[in-house]
Design a protein around this ligand. Structure first.
Ligand code: SF4
Length: 339
């Protein structure tokens, strides 16, 4: 559909962010969808605010209430259901090593660079994360960087959030300077969904800064459905890959969004066309308010079996689940006979 901004591709990403939809009524009106069947669920915004940038809304199908992108962001009544096993902190992250730093895996630390995201995904495992209590401040960042510098076993820093690309390019560049000065670091990984919802966030300045870093740069995107990859995003990602930045994708398996072999195949194909390798397919983290997105392990295994038949092996993501307190992601046994 025609973007409200008149299709100006040069609009600044921060302006796009400021113009995001925060009201379900406005979003549905924009998509020409009757809000009345959904109205009661809009109260779920009290549990987790709604935020949907316009470039992401432009990838939704007008008039289709079952659109798989819309389903990921529309507050629904089901979010109020209390389902056994679904908790506020499914990955036991709320007690971090230091404010802003999570040391979940031996050789890698995660820096929670920004507390907010450009989009609020209704199934987000951090929808209850106390970002305010984990905002480190200037002194806190010194401490977090000193922690990384003091542990020679850490060879990779993962920038996470919220979404780390919510930080401005200059702020990111200053952080990269500090990280590059720590000799035992080899890699810098950025986990982000921001370019998927606002492709202009992939600025040339950031790409050039990462390309000239002594650290190997890896960007892990979060894309769940092929419709999230339009031409503009695909072209920019290819440009970043040609500039030497490794691009991976992780998806979450979501009922009503991508719990279908044909959709998952199409996603893998579209990712590869954009220069991105499918990496993980996550089972849903059991966060309170998101149980309606769950897909059973049995169905997940059946879907993976289909992907293994239909796709070359390098386009089949690994089916995993994250278990709080475990030292790595846990692969889900597909029950296949060894060859
Ligand atoms: S972009 Fe990622 S961290 Fe942010 S709301 Fe969505 S799933 Fe959560």
């Amino acid at each position: 559909m025609i973007p409200l901004n008149g299709g100006d591709l040069h609009i600044n990403w921060q302006k796009e962010l400021a113009q995001a939809f925060t009201s379900p009524e406005q979003l549905l009106d924009y998509l020409h969808i009757d809000p009345s069947p959904w109205q009661q669920g809009f109260q779920a915004r009290r549990l987790f605010p709604m935020r949907v940038p316009r470039p992401f809304a432009d990838k939704m199908r007008p008039g289709d209430p079952a659109d798989p992108l819309l389903r990921q962001v529309l507050p629904l009544n089901e979010e109020f259901e209390l389902v056994p096993g679904y908790v506020a902190d499914p990955l036991q992250e709320h007690d971090s090593a230091l404010p802003g730093l999570l040391h979940k895996y031996q050789s890698r630390v995660l820096l929670v660079l920004r507390g907010g995201c450009a989009i609020n995904c209704r199934y987000c495992f951090r929808r209850h994360f106390p970002y305010a209590d984990n905002a480190p401040g200037r002194e806190g960042w010194q401490e977090a960087l000193a922690y990384v510098a003091a542990d020679p076993d850490i060879n990779e820093v993962i920038l996470s959030g919220g979404d780390p690309l919510m930080a401005k390019d200059e702020q990111l560049s200053a952080l990269f300077d500090r990280l590059e000065a720590i000799p035992h670091l080899k890699r810098l990984r950025i986990h982000t969904r921001l370019p998927v919802v606002i492709p202009t966030r992939l600025t040339d300045a950031l790409q050039q800064r990462l390309s000239r870093s002594r650290l190997q740069a890896v960007m892990v995107l979060h894309i769940n459905h092929a419709n999230e990859l339009d031409t503009m995003l695909s072209e920019r990602l290819n440009q970043w890959r040609r500039a030497g930045i490794t691009l991976l994708n992780q998806s979450v398996l979501l009922a009503g969004v991508n719990d279908d072999a044909a959709r998952l195949c199409q996603l893998s194909e579209r990712l590869f066309e954009a220069g991105v390798l499918p990496y993980y397919l996550h089972q849903l983290d059991q966060v309170q308010g998101a149980a309606h997105f769950a897909v059973s392990d049995e169905q997940a295994r059946a879907l993976l079996a289909q992907l293994l038949i239909r796709l070359p092996g390098f386009l089949v993501p690994r089916l995993v689940r994250e278990i709080g307190g475990e030292l790595s992601k846990t692969p889900i046994d597909l029950g296949l006979e060894p060859c």
